[in-house]
Design a binder for this molecule. Sequence first.
Ligand code: ZN
Length: 594
Amino acid sequence: MGVMDNEKSHADQRLPVSNAQLSSPRPRPRALLKVQVSTFVLFTLFLATWLSRDAIVWSGQGSWRPFGSEGPVAGKYCDQVLPLRPQNQSHGLDDMDKYIESDTFRDASIKRLSGAVQIPTESFDDLGAIGEDKRWDIMYDFAAYLKETFPESHETLSLEMVNTHGLLFTWKGEDENLKPKLLMAHQDVVPVPASTVDAWTHPPFSGFYDGKYIWGRGSSDCKNQLIGILEAIEELTKAGFTPRRTVLLSFGFDEEISGRNGAGHLAPFIHERYGSQGIAAIIDEGAGFVKQWGMRTALPGVGEKGYTDVHITVRMPGGHSSIPPDHTGIGVMSELITLIEAHQYPTHLNDQNPYLGLLTCGAEHSPDFPSKLKHLLRKRQRDAGLCKNKSRKDHLALEAAKDGPGTRYLMQTSIAADVISGGVKVNALPERTTAIINHRINIGEHSSVVHHKIAKLAESVAQKYNLTLHAFDGAREEPKSIMLYAGPNVLEPAPVTPSDATALSPYSVLAGTTRALYGEDIVVAPGLMTGNTDTRYYWNVSKHIFRFTAGWDAESFGMGNIHTVDERISVTSHVNMVRWMSLFIRNMDQSDLE
Ligand SMILES: [Zn+2]
């Protein structure tokens, strides 16, 4: 039952929050739920993520609770936060809450999101400079659309354009001592290749509404988030709400091509104004809701895996292919790639990995949690702190990884040879062969681990074929060599956002907001993203970063076909996004956080 249910909400109001109010008893096992060990939806094709130790040490509010059938285990619990609802509601806000649930609002909301989808704000990989490449100019149309659609927000909030198309809205709070909260989304969308337009059920920029879904590129990644945020702000301003804590909205415009022009400028701008860790909490697009082990779970992304592309160039002498060496440059490259793939990274669950938090929650709250996993989890918790041989296999991670690659790569650095080219003619030996190997770096590891490993493997190949190796040394290419260098987008695993549910924290406000809206049978657990969002630029702005798509429709699980044909969004989940945002803003305002 959502917070807007007036019959219930007054009795449940309990703010400002104190620590004693935050933890609730474990939900009753949902025995009726069918076992559904669904493939763990890895939020984030594009996505990805992670945590502090706090996140996984569920201290259980000082009490011991049974863990499975084998008795208590100290220290690690998946505490759930009680539903958190705004207090000090005015008549205006009460009316607003009712209005957002009405058909009138739903119809207007469909028009607003559909209109946004109809503006093709595509981000192309080969975009030139802003101002020179005319393809950026579509962003002017989008900004104009926002202005016309959200007049009250534009009247009440100040708007700054950062690097031409970056939008930074500021709604000044009454108490300047409180750190602002920051809501994020990006204006751009993944391009629709001409060759795929015909494959769409409804044209990709039609914003077609079929009675349940709004269709089109950007409908779920992530104009739903951007429009949802502004709809919440618009209604709050109309209801006469004035924030105690400043609200910032930051909308980049090139997230799909690394975010350098948008978030890459907005984040330093915000940092300059509010200082290091000057923002109380950030909500950006990200992970959503999954059903696993029969448990319905909200997974705010509290971490992101790291990223590095390793570029390899093999230079060998050319010549006529009628008198070839035993191995051409292409053969040597193939041998090196085969070696790299043969040396997979270990499947390993670092103590900081948010997935450990999800496993803990599964063991605690799911009736269908596999007993073998539970046993291994208990063993790990028992052994914590003991001096164990670090080289031993991580049996818990290996067992959990049996769920499939989507789960395995939450606990393992991935290797993907994605690009290769070499040779120009069928009778000429290839002089230059190149490849790019993409890696997503596991929590607890570092890009240097990847670079070191590839350098070692390349060294053995270089020796075998009498080639010179230049490994990440910035040297110029030379004949008869193997050259290694890292691509421009090296990113270490993100700092993990604290997710302590036993004390008042941005995480517990987020969790309480979510359970107020969707009910107490939703478990909130820390999530890990395997992809990256614009938040990569914001690490020094806030310790409390959440990649979370808060709009959910219980009847439509999944990511809404992001980055592919038939992207769409359920209107129910979109309206829930608006409700969630309006609640979170008020809940953050009334919580005694710095
Ligand atoms: Zn996105």
